[in-house]
Design a protein around this ligand. Structure first.
Ligand code: E4P
Length: 319
């Protein structure tokens, strides 16, 4: 009997959501996604000392440059174990800075190129703010492909599709977390899960209107949420949930398809900047979660810089 993971692989492209290189090697996904929190967790593992040391060395002791290198070195290491692409996230501090985001993305692309890794194997992750989306539109024209993250509202998804980005990562678990907390409940059944419903709505909208932007469900809390989206273009899954899916042989049914989406009556909408900001702001969950997500990724990026700075200080020659 096939495991649920094997069955799911026939319906969606399975991606590993981790900075843990051993986990990537074990699960052999097509693609992998990282974020500052995942890279921090891996960098803190003593097994990553060599990689952190290499980042410091390549940056000649400059802590800021070393942190940049660290993201790229983790990405490059991950790419040794997968045939597809790795996602590397732009500093959350640039979430409201279009120019700064473009510069940082180009810098990541250049560092990857320095390591012999082409743009086709990298997705630059940017927060799906208005500025992030505009930056992504420009980057895509330069052949730097983008993965829009911290995506919670339908308005964010519409704007990303209109910008022609390669891929979006609508978050399921963080939407579920917000609603659980708001309703003061321990769980929300799958049939009513607002995180799952958000991805279903976005997927159907994209497919109905023929947008080329791919949908990658992200941020899962339980396997049921993943299986409820079987058929989505891509699903990025943390190692603990990959483990659970591989341990079960229960059947997996397709839940999303282009054919079914096409049959639906869904109105196409256009959002300019004002309409985007208004529509996004109408969604209390999305405004809370986007703001919190930026703060959390920023906090972890700062911790990572401190970790690298402490090592850079050790590595720097005494004056
Ligand atoms: C992946 O791209 C996301 O960064 C990740 O799925 C977020 O997951 P979390 O909500 O568990 O942090």
């Amino acid at each position: 009997m096939a495991s649920q993971l094997d069955s799911l692989r026939k319906l969606s492209l399975v991606v590993a959501d981790t900075g843990d290189i051993d986990a990537v090697a074990r699960w052999k996904p097509q693609d992998a996604t990282t974020n500052p929190s995942l890279v921090l967790a891996s960098a803190e593992n003593p097994r990553s000392r060599q990689l952190v040391g290499e980042a410091v060395e390549r940056a000649h002791g400059d802590a800021h440059a070393a942190a940049e290198w660290l993201f790229v070195l983790f990405g490059a290491e991950i790419l040794k174990h997968i045939p597809g692409r790795v996602s590397t996230e732009v500093d959350a501090r640039l979430s409201f800075d279009e120019e700064g985001s473009v510069r940082k993305a180009r810098r990541f692309a250049a560092l990857y190129e320095e390591m012999g890794i082409g743009r086709e194997r990298v997705l630059i992750k940017l927060a799906a703010t208005w500025e992030g989306i505009q930056a992504a539109q420009r980057l895509e024209r330069e052949g730097i492909h983008c993965n829009m993250t911290l995506l919670f509202s339908f308005a964010q998804a519409v704007a990303c599709a209109e910008a022609g980005v390669t891929l979006i990562s609508p978050f399921v678990g963080r939407i579920y977390d917000w609603h659980k907390q708001a309703r003061k409940v321990e769980d929300i059944p799958l049939a009513e899960d607002p995180g799952v419903a958000s991805v279903v709505r976005i997927y159907n909208y994209y497919k109905k209107h023929g947008y080329k932007t791919q949908v990658m469900g992200a941020s899962f809390r339980k396997t049921g949420q993943i299986l409820a989206l079987a058929g989505c273009d891509l699903l990025t899954i943390a190692p603990d949930l990959l483990e659970k899916l591989s341990a079960s042989e229960a059947p997996v049914e397709r839940k999303l398809s282009v054919e079914e989406a096409k049959k639906q009556s869904i109105q196409k909408i256009h959002l300019d900047e004002k309409a985007f900001r208004w529509e996004h702001n109408q969604d209390a969950m999305a405004t809370d979660k986007l703001a919190e997500g930026i703060r959390r990724f920023d906090a972890d990026a700062r911790k990572l810089e401190k970790l690298v700075a402490s090592l850079a200080a050790v590595a720097a020659p005494a004056k």
